[in-house]
Write a protein that binds this ligand. Structure first.
Ligand code: ATP
Ligand code: MG
Length: 474
């Protein structure tokens, strides 16, 4: 299993310099002129800018690039920091009067001011209007829709800066660049398809590209046109998984879950499949799977009429999983998609393996296939992937998993476990030979052979290993 840490592409490929921002030349020059007058000690007439435009076109990125390039101090506030009037007074008013400690200037960035809800926040906007004319630090606000009624008084005291949608070719070329850097096989037609669907939202396009690359390992027109058709499930799935695994705050994780269009059973199944791929630490994994099994318990209660329980289901799937990861880093493995199984014929085997394993285990353990799939399978996976490797091999051999099943269950550990199983087999056939020798009287010294519950000789492993090596070197 790889232990590299993965960073979402919209962060990894965030523009570093002002020049890296595509297509916002007018906005850039307007902002830089305004900033230069601050830097030269002439405070501009309008102390604040309102950057507006559709999502994912570079508003926040441009401000961050400027801060880096001009070596400014950035005070970034987002909607949750100034939901109420008091927050604005406490945070923004104070910041507006504070001299920077280390840098030449502090830039205050208030993202998403149009996200302020109309009630209570009207007061907040009043408060902002008092602060802006007197600030000693430049203030930048951003909004997707600046024409909302509640923003009217604000519009009058700021300079408005428009951000445009990116063109199709610009989106394609950014995507192509990422493909090159990721050494990813990308068809031009596929990138064009993603770009068309994104309608100028580069963040959306990069996310879609990453989701396809992550699920399929390559970006071809065939895959993309199947997967990104409108609001495809696997995109929704990817957003939900990404939202939960990369959430920093509990509310973000919860929102990722409540925003999903999937039903809760499916969500639980998705996470059941993906948690083992993303969490490498044994304890983290257990906490997360435990949270999921409690989620399914609460879901059953909710469905039997106790709907208050639903909120716990969201908490257990979202923040429950996010904060289960205490010890390890997120693994770089790709997410596993149910959709992927449908699209790629060669992966059909996965589902078949799952069914076959469920049948096998249900029979052996006298339980239902459904229980094996929903609850038990994950624990077997954890045992085989992270538990003691010899025990894992014994267990696999005892249950008689075939190669495909074993690949499914053991993931990256497949080769090691396969080798261990070989060792076990060698050990046993060696033993059988010995037994026949003994029977034929060739061997004087008798030896007691016992088989344990797994049907595997319980003799010391070391001996088996030696035999294995011996037989190999022959
Ligand atoms: N003009 C651009 N040039 C280069 N990259 C961009 C551009 N616009 C967006 N991106 C990419 O998309 C990501 C999201 O952009 P950003 O956060 O700046 O969008 P935004 O305009 O602030 O959107 P929102 O209104 O949703 O806050 C960035 O991390 C970057 O990778
Ligand atoms: Mg933004």
């Amino acid at each position: 299993m790889s232990f590299e840490i993965k960073m979402p592409w919209i962060i990894k490929y965030r523009p570093k310099k002002v020049d890296d921002i595509v297509n916002q030349e007018e906005a850039k020059s307007q902002i830089l002129t305004w900033l230069h007058s601050w830097l030269e000690g002439r405070r501009p007439e309008k102390k604040a800018l309102l950057l507006y435009g559709p999502p994912g076109v570079g508003k926040t990125s441009l401000v961050e690039a400027i801060v880096r390039e001009y070596d400014l101090e950035l005070l970034e506030l987002n909607a949750s920091d100034y939901r109420r009037k008091e927050d604005i007074r406490k945070r923004v008013a104070i910041a507006s009067q504070k001299r920077p400690l280390f840098k030449k200037m502090t830039l205050i960035l208030m993202d998403e001011v149009d996200g302020l809800s109309p009630r209570g926040d009207i007061g907040g906007i009043d408060e902002l209007i008092k602060i802006i004319p007197n600030t000693i630090n430049p203030i930048i606000l951003t909004a997707n829709d600046p024409w909302k009624d509640q923003l009217r008084p604000l519009r009058e005291i700021v300079s408005m800066v428009e951000f445009k949608n990116l063109t199709l070719n610009q989106v394609i070329s950014v995507l192509q660049n990422i493909c090159n850097k990721e050494k990813l096989e990308c068809e031009r037609e596929a990138l064009k398809y993603i770009a068309e669907k994104s309608m100028g939202d580069l963040r959306g396009a990069i996310n879609d590209l990453e989701s396809v690359a992550e699920g399929y390992g390559k970006v071809t027109y065939n895959i993309v046109s199947l997967v990104i058709k409108g609001r495809d499930k696997s995109i929704d799935l990817w957003r939900t998984l990404n939202g939960v695994f990369y959430a920093k705050e509990a509310w973000q994780a919860k929102r990722a879950v409540t925003n999903s269009e999937e039903d809760y059973e499916t969500l639980i199944a998705w996470f059941n499949d993906n948690v083992p791929l993303k969490y490498g630490d044994y304890e983290d994994l257990f906490r997360a799977l435990d949270s999921l099994s409690r989620a399914s318990l609460f879901l059953r209660r909710a469905k039997s009429g106790n709907w208050d329980m639903l909120s716990y289901v969201f908490d257990l799937i979202g923040p429950g999983i996010t904060f289960s990861r205490k010890n390890g880093e997120l693994l770089k493995n790709r997410f596993s998609y149910p959709e992927r199984i449908k699209v790629m014929a060669q992966l059909k085997g996965l589902r078949e393996s799952r069914d076959r394993i469920a049948t096998l285990l249900a029979k052996r353990l006298h339980t239902s296939q459904r229980f094996v799939k929903s609850d038990l399978m994950q624990y077997i996976i954890v045992m085989l992937r992270y538990g003691n490797i010899e025990k894992a091999a014994m267990l696999s051999r005892a249950y008689g998993f075939n190669e495909d099943d074993l690949k499914y269950l053991t993931g990256n550990r497949f080769k090691d476990i396969e080798k261990e199983i070989e060792i076990l087999k060698e050990g046993r056939s060696g033993e059988e030979k010995e037994i026949s020798k003994m029977k034929s009287g060739e061997e004087k010294e008798k030896k007691q052979v016992s088989l344990d519950t797994f049907g595997v000789k319980s003799e010391n492993k070391e001996i088996s290993k030696k035999k294995y090596r011996k037989s190999k070197s022959k």
